[in-house]
Design a binder for this molecule. Structure first.
Ligand SMILES: Nc1ncnc2c1ncn2[C@@H]1O[C@H](COP(=O)(O)OP(=O)(O)OP(=O)(O)O)[C@@H](O)[C@H]1O
Length: 248
């Protein structure tokens, strides 16, 4: 399997090593011997056809699903609470507390032990970065889809995770909303976080991806620099997918 071979990052959760992960749901092998090695704090984009196992993979990486077999190790540690607290996962449909936008960010900071006197300043900073300062007092469930997605990312980033796992962060957003979320992700990455995200938007994968992980039928088929994936994919399946010909 292709690996990223550049020198190892100083990100405290890297490298990520996934070995022989298997997961069944009913009779279906959802993950079928998944191997993955991520050593760099790059923006890694996970792509593949519907049902390939991308969302489940993010959940397994974050320790929300225990695989039937195989191992996930972040800098040698399984994704138990100590690792999970240094990561943030943003779901495709963000789960918002039924409180104000500001209270959603404040809550994440409180869970991470940020003292009360610091919270107010940090909340203002994070909302400002996400372009949501003017909506600080609005109930989060009343925000638009794009605003909620930005708030979910701002709330996740507020705790300064070493790794951000993002499941289709711009699904259902209009072009301006998607652009705002992409800018936020790029800024977060520039601050040192490892990004692992899924997307169905190939243009977005080209814009944001530094390396591409191509999944098919519960396996990682190809892991290459984004440039290579889009110009000269190594496998026939990846080429077929990039050309819109591959279905599960
Ligand atoms: N709880 C579950 N019970 C049964 N099957 C499941 C369960 N969770 C996931 N699956 C199946 O596992 C496969 C992989 O699902 P997953 O959501 O990871 O795919 P995906 O690559 O993210 O797809 P999409 O691009 O459509 O979002 C699918 O066939 C899905 O139906």
């Amino acid at each position: 399997m292709p690996r990223d071979t550049a020198p190892e990052s100083d990100n405290p959760l890297l490298p990520l090593d996934v070995r022989g992960v298997r997961l069944r749901r009913g009779d279906t092998p959802v993950l079928d011997g998944l191997d993955m090695h991520l050593a760099q704090a790059t923006r890694s984009v996970l792509i593949g056809p519907n049902g390939a196992g991308k969302s489940v993979t993010l959940r397994v990486l974050h320790g929300l699903i225990e695989p039937d077999a195989g191992a996930v190790r972040w800098a040698g540690q399984p994704p138990a609470r100590a690792v999970r607290m240094r990561q943030a996962m943003v779901f495709q449909r963000p789960v918002m507390l039924r409180r104000s936008a500001a209270a959603n960010v404040a809550y994440a900071l409180r869970v991470h032990g940020v003292p009360r006197r610091e919270r107010r300043r940090r909340v203002a900073e994070e909302l400002d970065r996400a372009g949501l300062a003017h909506l600080a007092r609005r109930p989060a469930p009343a925000l638009s889809g794009g605003e909620q997605q930005r708030l979910a990312i701002a709330r996740a980033w507020a705790t300064r995770p070493a790794v951000m796992l993002l499941d289709e962060p711009t699904a259902n957003l209009d072009p301006a909303g998607a652009h705002a979320v992409e800018a936020l992700i790029a800024e977060i990455h520039a601050s040192g976080a490892k990004i692992v995200m899924t997307t169905h938007d190939m243009a977005q994968a080209r814009r944001l991806g530094e390396d591409v992980l191509f999944m098919h039928r519960g396996r990682l088929v190809e892991h290459t620099p984004a440039e290579t994936f889009f110009t000269a994919p190594r496998t026939d399946d990846a080429r077929a997918f990039a050309e819109g010909r591959l279905l599960l």
